[in-house]
Design a protein around this ligand. Structure first.
Ligand SMILES: Cc1cc2nc3c(=O)[nH]c(=O)nc-3n(C[C@H](O)[C@H](O)[C@H](O)COP(=O)(O)O)c2cc1C
Length: 212
């Protein structure tokens, strides 16, 4: 057994059994998320757990309609159809027994504020911001959650697609945390039998460079 199996065995799961996930498991997975590194340890995240089937399904419908509305901006029917062909990428959370919404508040970079008040050129300020550290912290937290889910025997999917409907989602769930915005969600549950395998990776030599 490879000690890294919990990494290599993770895959995006988009079909779920309807069995409930115990609250202790959900809490453990979110806790694992909070053990991720974050820029200057600001822990700029907040997690909202949804388990109500009717709410999750309504959210799926809201995202479908939003995706359709956006698609209608396409110039012709052919492009609209192409846009709609990826609808499952946006709505596959709708059959999950649990959806964890991940909110973020902006990363407060002290150096940025100092330099900004010192009229440092915009290009310098842009370089400081370019790593999007706040978003990277959220990614780290979510990856921890996905790995924890895998290690505990659950399937999960990291999703940013549905966030185009974030305002309507907030209204649906009646949740608002001032200063925070919906960045991603994690669909979670027992994987259905026979879910598709993880897609192959680029060969390591294509993505890895050693410099002597
Ligand atoms: C930032 C991010 C956003 C993603 N958003 C979605 C999404 O909206 N819908 C979806 O079905 N999968 C989404 N995924 C999952 C990717 O499609 C998936 O990780 C990739 O195809 C590789 O497959 P694997 O996770 O099975 O290894 C997202 C992944 C990441 C890291």
């Amino acid at each position: 057994m490879n000690p890294l199996d919990f990494i290599y065995n993770r895959k995006s799961v988009r079909q779920f059994k309807q069995t409930a996930v115990p609250n202790e498991i959900i809490v453990e997975i979110v806790k694992a998320g909070t053990y991720a590194p974050s820029p200057k340890h600001q822990q700029n995240w907040h997690f909202v757990v949804l388990q109500n089937k009717a709410i999750i399904e309504s959210m799926g419908e809201i995202v479908r309609k939003s995706h359709e509305r956006i698609g209608q901006l396409a110039k012709d029917e052919k492009d609209f159809k192409k846009h709609m062909s990826v609808i499952n990428y946006y709505t596959c959370f709708k059959d999950a027994p649990v959806v964890i919404l991940v909110y973020a508040c902006p990363y407060q970079m002290l150096e940025y504020k100092i330099l900004e008040s010192n009229d440092v050129p915009r290009e310098v300020l842009e370089v400081l911001q370019s790593p999007q550290s706040g978003a990277q912290g959220i990614g780290a937290a979510i990856e921890n959650m996905l790995l924890a889910a895998t290690a505990l025997g659950y399937g999960s999917c990291y999703m940013t697609g549905p966030t185009h409907a974030k305002c309507e989602i907030e209204t649906l769930i009646d949740f608002e945390q001032p200063g925070y915005e919906l960045m991603s969600m994690v669909a979670l549950g027992e994987a259905a039998d026979l879910t598709p395998a993880q897609p192959p990776r680029k060969p390591l030599e294509d993505v890895l460079t050693f410099i002597d």
